[in-house]
Design a protein around this ligand. Structure first.
Ligand SMILES: Nc1nc2c(ncn2[C@@H]2O[C@H](COP(=O)(O)OP(=O)(O)OP(=O)(O)O)[C@@H](O)[C@H]2O)c(=O)[nH]1
Ligand SMILES: [Mg+2]
Length: 219
């Protein structure tokens, strides 16, 4: 007797949609980064700076529970932005990305940035088909977040420590956070930045230029 399995788990469904996305990204030689951090840590602000730099070579998918406010901020930078409203969902999944891809001019871009829903937990374990996950921390959140949210920071190739302009007003052990990031993921690249002043973002852009589509992060 042949058994036919009628239902697949949500995890299996996501894994196969992520694999399909990855295939499309490889086909078009697009480098894809999935940005994850708390609500308000500065994801859109960093992406506005990045988008202005990569104008004409990038697109941004912006996930939010409700509204297209952040996607509009990217559009104001003259860069293609695709809002995904999860309608209550606390993270993007690979199917959201697959649907958004149908509208994106992939042959015309080198970089695709994904801003996930503001959350340090749920987006961590959902593969979207990306090349790299980016974690975003910000100074006023407190300096223990990397230790508290290991599922995310064990998967991030790149971490931003944002809002460095607020360091004088917060008791934040930035060297300790850098050590925590490296302990959570060996070889992680850390960028200490202020999206408000632009401090540190030049180093990020220089690094981004070395990320060749299709060949992953530089060694
Ligand atoms: N002082 C300071 N404020 C910043 C910095 N970066 C962002 N902000 C402010 O922080 C607030 C949130 O920034 P966003 O870029 O919207 O943060 P986000 O992570 O995209 O937020 P969600 O999409 O809601 O999760 C805004 O008022 C920004 O102006 C920074 O480097 N320094
Ligand atoms: Mg945002």
């Amino acid at each position: 007797m042949t058994k036919v399995r009628l239902n697949i788990s949500a995890a299996e469904k996501n894994a196969s949609a992520a694999e399909a996305n990855r295939k499309i990204f490889r086909q078009h030689n697009v480098f894809v980064m999935n940005m994850i951090g708390s609500p308000g840590c500065g994801k859109t602000s960093i992406l506005e700076y990045t988008a202005r730099h990569c104008r004409g070579r990038c697109a941004v998918i912006v996930g939010d529970v409700k509204t297209a406010l952040d996607a509009d901020r990217i559009l104001d930078c003259d860069v293609a932005a695709y809002p995904v409203e999860t309608g209550g969902g606390c993270h993007l999944n690979a199917e959201h990305i697959g649907t958004a891809l149908q509208n994106i001019d992939l042959p015309g871009i080198d970089y695709l940035f994904i801003e996930n829903v503001g959350n340090l937990v749920c987006p961590s374990t959902f593969d979207l088909g990306e090349d790299s996950k980016i974690g975003v921390l910000s100074i006023p959140e407190g300096d223990e977040k990397v230790r508290k949210y290991p599922a995310l920071f064990s998967r991030t190739d790149i971490v931003f420590i944002n809002k460095t302009d607020l360091l004088p007003y917060c008791n934040y052990d930035i060297a300790g956070v850098e050590r925590d990031c490296s302990a959570a993921r060996a070889g992680v690249r850390i960028f200490k930045v202020s999206a408000a002043t632009g401090e540190g973002l030049g180093d990020w852009i220089a690094f981004l230029e070395t990320c060749q589509p299709g060949s992953g992060l530089p060694a």
